[in-house]
Design a protein around this ligand. Structure first.
Ligand code: ADP
Ligand code: MG
Length: 684
């Protein structure tokens, strides 16, 4: 059985099973769906004299002279073996592989596969794979490389996948109906799974990848569309018509709404006044003014006699929204009760708030995840707003909406998704765009510098700090990693505290810290107790410190453009001129061109479209939690055409066969229910 416990697959056992669990592999089927992230081409043996740049190569060599064995430390040994083929020499170095001592025999032939470096014209390789030639060596093949292995070697995983395929191949059923497979030129599921793990050639691989991507996308799209249909078909008794309070707000704020804001408000009004449940996503760049739009909708709820809530991903953001809303209520002179509820609300206070919520004495509640806890009850919740929703995903949303009868839902996000993908990712939602900035926004000056110029950038930051401003420095990693030559926040923090920035107050922020640690640091930064905040991308969401005017991003080449744009949005929020400095540590032209796009435009949608062209759609899928793992999607969805094809097909299927009737659709339906198992999804 494909859903058999992975522990019982031949060669697994309890110990390996635990490691596999860390990769989210619990069944044979999970393992078969754990696809490689890349492949090593071991089809062609290279001649040594053909190698002129560093890279991974397969060589066929003889051991030239007796390998030298030495013990350099108590727990470290080295074997050095000089090898040759007909065209040249290479030195192989093996650390702590004593078992090779008796296996490397002068004059015998070996296959060697590994990273070859060139130093002063000489070739060398450290810890390559090496195998005596007449054994069952995997040369002549394309070998899978699995992304994460958690204490299992790539070889171990490869072997297990092989066993699973040998044992269960015939049980792998098609998810897609035959008719679709034929019409779109796809292949059977089992052939696709096999070819994705062990591709025999490029053509098979491409077809396999297309088949799996097509299947996953179709499951996702049909699921989201069905959720949407379910919601639309249901009449909602919560009708919010009263705009009196909302209009009072508009006439008392000190600015005029942009056309884009007004258009979105109209769209929201349409929804709220109708008898259908609103499920609307408002996309708008950082600073485009989403909050006032949300508050407009919330006041419609209050004016119509309902409660309304706003949920933010962090405590700080919740607090900022709360302050804004209180301010709005005050300037508009409204008799509206607003409260805030977060993880750090004191128990006694919390109980009071909970009682008042239940009793209907609170009109607007702002908060964090605390709002979706079991014990939060409303008297009559009419509208639920979530800000920066990409932290929440489909599931929590369902939970919050279950709290009331069927409240209207408004989600706000600053993550621009290209139009071509939005339907796929947010297929269950209607989408509104605020595609215009309020007038008079300052432009952040963006520059791209090389690694060598970093010191100058640090000096620039110091001069800004000296005149009272603050800055961010963002690094791609948390910890130092052995394999990657990248800046890590912890390292940079250590280094800068004792060198360039000694005497300045630095702070460190990264995703491995607990929520309360993070909040504390952000708070300190907010209150000016930290001059320079060194961070990973956790700072990307919603931190709002108007006094921070420099955003310096290390290894900027490692980030997606959309992400860089988000990071840039952390500055330029106050009155002072702000700067975004991208340190491009790659020498490639492509990387430079990519970053230049950021210099040219500050329109998030243009940037997202460009990112899509360059990096493919995979990156965008990670933005929202779908049950499909980010890795899974990123590895397989590499072209927009497939996404669009699937979108059209999904619409057609749902118009012709909305309940997916018929045995052909049985497996597809099961997969959809499985992916969205925490949502109410009905096919009848
Ligand atoms: P975001 O879309 O990033 O959530 P906010 O709602 O926080 O943006 O708005 C950013 C700032 O712009 C706020 O200070 C807000 O008061 C202001 N603002 C919003 N709309 C307008 C407008 N139409 N004209 C001028 N300022 C505006
Ligand atoms: Mg906002």
């Amino acid at each position: 059985m494909l859903d058999a416990d992975i522990q019982y697959l031949k060669g697994v056992g309890p110990n390996r099973a635990l490691k596999l669990h860390k990769l989210d592999i619990f069944t044979v089927s999970d393992l078969l769906n754990y696809f490689p992230v890349k492949y090593e081409d071991r089809r062609t043996v290279k001649n040594i004299n053909e190698i002129c740049e560093q890279g991974k190569y397969l060589l066929k060599v003889r051991i030239f002279e007796k390998p030298k064995y030495s013990r350099i430390k108590k727990n470290m040994s080295i074997i050095k073996a000089i090898c040759k083929d007909d065209t040249g020499f290479i030195t192989l170095t093996f650390f702590n592989q004593d078992f090779l001592k008796d296996k490397l025999i002068v004059g015998e032939y070996y296959y060697v596969f590994g990273n070859v470096k060139i130093a002063y014209g000489k070739l060398e390789s450290t810890n390559p794979e090496i195998e005596f030639i007449n054994k069952d060596w995997k040369a002549g093949k394309i070998m899978p490389v699995y992304g994460l292995t958690y204490g299992l070697s790539n070889n171990e995983i490869t072997k297990l996948v092989k066993t699973a395929l040998e044992t269960y191949y015939d049980e792998i059923q098609n998810v897609l109906p035959d008719e679709i497979i034929k019409k779109y030129g796809l292949i059977s599921k089992k052939a696709a799974v096999k070819a994705l793990h062990f591709p025999s050639d490029n053509k098979k691989y491409t077809l396999a990848k297309r088949t799996i991507a097509f299947e996953k996308l179709l499951i996702m799209q049909l699921g989201l569309f069905t959720i949407k249909n379910n919601l639309t078909n249901e009449l909602n008794e919560i009708v919010l018509r009263n705009t009196e309070l909302s209009e009072k707000l508009l006439s008392s704020i000190p600015y005029k709404l942009t056309k884009a804001q007004l258009k979105v408000i109209e769209e929201i009004k349409e929804d709220l006044k109708s008898q259908k449940t609103m499920n609307r996503l408002v996309q708008g760049d950082v600073g485009s003014g989403k909050t006032v739009v949300a508050v407009y909708a919330m006041l419609m709820a209050v004016g119509s006699g309902y409660q309304s809530s706003m949920m933010a991903p962090t405590e700080i953001l919740a607090l900022q929204h709360y302050d804004t809303i209180k301010e709005y209520i005050k300037i508009a002179g409204l008799d509206v009760k607003a409260e805030i509820l977060t993880g750090s609300t004191k128990p006694k206070e919390k109980q009071e708030i909970l009682d008042k919520l239940k009793g209907g004495e609170i009109d607007i509640i702002v908060g964090t995840h605390a709002l979706i806890e079991e014990n939060v009850e409303f008297k009559n919740i009419g509208l639920v707003v979530t800000d920066e929703q990409h932290r929440f995903g489909v599931r929590q949303r369902a939970r919050l909406s279950n709290k009331g009868k069927n409240p209207h839902i408004l989600i706000m996000t600053a993550t621009p998704i290209p139009r071509t993908l939005a339907l796929m990712i947010y297929g269950d939602l209607d989408i509104s765009l605020i595609d215009e900035m309020p007038p008079g926004r300052q432009k952040v000056i963006t520059s791209i510098i090389s690694e060598k110029e970093k010191t100058k950038a640090y000096d620039f930051i110091k001069s800004q700090v000296d005149s009272g401003r603050q800055a961010y420095i963002v690094a791609p990693l948390v910890d130092e990693s052995e394999n990657l030559d990248l800046n890590s926040a912890v390292e940079i923090y250590k280094e800068l505290s004792t060198s360039h920035f000694s005497g300045y107050k630095l702070g460190l922020l990264h995703g491995k810290m607990s929520n309360s640690e993070k909040e504390e640091i952000i708070n300190k930064f907010y209150r000016g107790k930290i001059n320079v905040l060194i961070s990973t991308t956790v700072v990307e969401v919603g931190v709002n410190v108007p006094n921070a005017v420099v955003m310096l991003i290390l290894n900027a080449e490692r980030f997606g453009l959309a992400q860089l744009h988000q990071l840039r949005g952390r500055v330029g929020r106050g009155k002072c001129q702000s700067y975004c400095i991208l340190v491009n540590e790659s020498k490639s032209k492509k990387s430079k061109d990519r970053m230049n796009i950021l210099k040219r435009t500050d329109n998030g949608f243009i940037i997202a479209e460009e990112d899509l062209k360059i990096r493919g759609p995979g990156d965008f899928f990670g933005v929202r939690q779908h049950g499909l793992s980010k890795l899974e999607i990123q590895n397989i969805v590499n072209n927009v055409e497939t996404v669009q094809e699937v979108q059209l097909l999904s619409k057609r299927i749902l118009s012709e066969n909305p309940y997916l009737k018929g045995s052909d659709y049985q497996n597809l339906k099961m997969e959809i229910m499985n992916l969205f198992k925490d949502e109410t999804i009905v096919f009848n």
